[in-house]
Structures are given as C-alpha cells and as structure tokens.
Design a protein around this ligand. Structure first.
Ligand code: 3PY
Ligand code: MG
Length: 255
C-alpha cells in the first residue's frame, strides 16, 4: 500500500514534508525512513534535476510513499513532466498573478480544469491505477497544484489566485516574504515585520477552502504556523539536517 498524503491533506489532516535539495535518492530515502510521510524534491534552490526526480520518485514508491516536487520559477513544462514521472504534488514558486496561477494549473491538471497533455504511463504505474481509464477521471483530484505566495504583488492578487480552478493550496516562502516585504532590508523568517502577512495568508487561504502550507526551519516556527491554521509544513532541509547532526555529534566529543 502506498501512503496517500494527498487525501490526508484534503480530508483536513496535517502533513510534515521532508525537504530535499541533495539530488540523490538515498538522502530522501533516509528522511522517509525517519518517518516523514512524503518528501519535497527542490528544483528551485535545491539541486534536483529531471534525472534525480525520476530516481527519487521511484525510491519513494519503493518505500510506499509519494513525492512532491518544487519546480523552478515559471517552468510549466517541468511541472507537467514531473507529474508524468509520478509526483503526487507540485509546488510552483513566485506565483504573483492569477495568470501565473492559471498557467500552473493548466500544466498540472487535465481538461476540463487545465490543459495537461496526455502521457502519464509512468504516473499511472506509480499512482497504482490499473490503466488510463481508471487514472484519467481521478488524476486531477488525486494530485495537488500548490502556488507559492512570496511577494507583495502576490498578496495583492491573493483572492484572484485562490479563485483559480485547479490551485489546491498556497505555500508561503517566509524567506522571500521577508526579503520582498522589507524591500531587501532584512532576511528574518517569521520576523516582526512579516508575521502579520503570514497570518493573513493562512486566514484567506482557509476562507477560500484551499490548503495552507508553509516552509519552516525550526519547531517553534512550525508550532506558530500551526496555530495560524497551516496544515502542511516543511521542517528544515536535508543539507541543514546533516550539518546539524554532525555539529551535535562533534560537540559530544569536544573537550
Ligand atoms: C522561501 O522561504 O522563500 C522559500 O521559498 C522556502 O523554500
Ligand atoms: Mg522562496
């Protein structure tokens, strides 16, 4: 049985995704073995590419789990390709306008919601459907298109973005929110100058009936976001987790 985190999220449950920028499936395997229900493979700032996505989606399936992919900015063709490879969800950064959101939904959802081109032989295999006739009517509902809100322009357009058919959730990037809302003056995730923005995005996303998601670095940030209503969280990333583990280990033997 493959764990279906998409229906968990859609039914109101909370999900913590591992976050991977190191483009090797063994790293994601280690994180999934630690207990995360899914892993997000980052092609924007992490170093995953199409080859590592293909290999890591397979590794996830081997462990009975599905993967999420964050695509680079504006790469709608890549959104379709990772869906074809069997990603269960796609996160698109820097969605600033309803036009961005429509292009993203068009790449990830089949008609009548979007315009995703047909070619999901491998996605059918990974999703466990018996064939095209079973996959086609379910694919749009069994996948997630998640739009990142990270700028003032995006906040100004939030209601229009939330109204786009096919956009299932909103993902807040607190680093970019800090940089853009302070006009480059500070990088302080969950800082005093942006905390109200983060709260407002959750409220408006929940009011629109969509899934509020966010990146966090620290457990206390995750708990704060949870108190605001967020339901999907990244909690730090593979490279930092390795570095923190190494630092803690070395500290244990230091004089
Ligand atoms: C941000 O915080 O800006 C992100 O994109 C999280 O990865
Ligand atoms: Mg960002």
């Amino acid at each position: 049985m493959t764990h279906d985190f998409v229906s968990d999220l859609k039914s109101g449950k909370e999900i913590i995704t591992a976050w991977s920028g190191i483009p090797h499936p063994l790293v994601s395997e280690a994180l999934l073995n630690a207990g995360y229900p899914t892993v997000t493979l980052d092609m924007q700032h992490g170093f995953h590419d199409i080859a590592s996505i293909l290999a890591t989606v397979t590794a996830c399936k081997m462990l009975g789990k599905r993967a999420i992919v964050r695509i680079p900015v504006g790469e709608w063709g890549t959104a379709s390709r990772v869906m074809d490879m069997g990603a269960a969800a796609v996160i698109a950064p820097m969605i600033n306008t309803p036009e961005d959101a429509k292009a993203f939904a068009a790449a990830t959802k089949f008609p009548p919601v979007g315009g995703r081109s047909w070619g999901p032989a491998r996605a059918i295999l990974i999703s466990g459907h018996s064939g095209p006739d079973s996959y086609l009517p379910k694919a749009n509902n069994e996948s997630l298109a998640i739009a990142m809100i990270e700028t003032r322009e995006a906040l100004d357009n939030l209601d229009a973005i939330l109204a786009v058919d096919g956009i299932d959730g909103i993902f807040v990037g607190p680093s970019d929110v800090s940089v853009t809302f302070t006009n480059g003056e500070e990088i302080r995730q969950f800082g005093d100058r942006t905390i109200d923005v983060i709260k407002e995005i959750a409220e408006r996303t929940i009011a629109a009936g969509k899934i509020p998601c966010i990146f966090t670095f620290l457990p206390e940030q995750l708990k704060l976001a949870r108190s605001m209503g967020y339901r999907m969280f990244a909690l730090n990333m593979d490279s930092n987790i390795i570095a923190r583990g190494a630092t803690a280990l070395l500290a244990e033997i230091a004089d």
